[in-house]
Design a protein around this ligand. Sequence first.
Ligand code: ATP
Ligand code: MG
Length: 341
Amino acid sequence: MENKIFSRVLTGDRPTGQLHIGHYFGALKQRVSLQGSHETYVIIADVQVLTDNFQFPEKVRSNVYEVALDNLAVGIDPERSVMFIQSMIPEIAELTVFFSNLVTIARLERNPTVKEEFAQKETVFGKNITFGFLGYPVSQAADILAFEAAIVPVGEDQLPQIEQTREIVRKFNGIYGETFIEPEPVLSSSPRIKGLDGRAKMGKSIDNAIYLADNHETTERKIMNAVTDVNKIRKNDPGNPAVCVVFEYHLLFENGHAEHIRSECCSGTRGCVVCKKELAALVNGALLPIRERRIHFSEHISDVQNILHEGTEKARLTASATMEKVRERMHIDYRRTEVRS
Ligand code: ATP
Ligand code: MG
């Protein structure tokens, strides 16, 4: 990492399931390109997942490996990036406790992403949110600041969490002295990919996704069932590509034909079935090398375990150096020689 520009990147995923094309275009692609120029930390946020999956520890554990496989499959290189498991870095939990003094309940309740996610999780929480779930943006600030990351590549839904992190930095520095820098979010050019069902976000907890690990047939079947413009009923009805997820995905996997597709759809000379078949072929072609790498790593799972353990060791060194500074600034760096008799 010697030749890298010294600004750290922190990025990562919640191990709630396999990763999908929304993650790929929203975060992973950018993550892979940043690892060439920046010291990149990739967090597998299992502690955060327990905030809304505390009853399913086995599911979280198995998805840690699924998410690691997806990252390796898209090109995260353990020689250039540090991939680690959040729960194995106790410094993050420690920092979360200190930060929790700096954030009010009212501020947490205003977070629009937490509100939206809470509304989707009535089966988990009923009407009452837990302390842990309401506070996960504080723990996310600790994820970022434990590594003193300057850059955080995220999808659009994560912008409120980065803003919360920046507020914590200002408050911490104001009270304890200059310690942290305010991290910048970096959005990809596709920060919010819609779901196959037309919902605003493809999400791995919602079952409206094309997963990187899906096979050829599954991908084709999902695309054939995707929601298009509901007003285009017959093949020759003019359609509106602006409201069609199939067209949105054509733009993502673009091979130079998007404008042609748009004009055929608008003029009613393109049917949805053909459009979907073309898209399925495009998606399957683009995902083929990713799927092959994923299969390779899944057949060598002990290599993946080693990568995670080595990454976690490196990540701990960085996080404990940060904590030493934090303890000093907060006047809680008690040393034996200083204890009064
Ligand atoms: P969960 O429902 O468990 O929160 P998720 O699909 O939101 O899962 P995360 O692990 O929370 O996935 O997010 C990982 C990264 O991918 C984040 O930076 C997030 O903003 C981004 N991301 C997730 N879904 C999309 C999407 N549909 N479009 C663009 N980016 C996305
Ligand atoms: Mg999420």
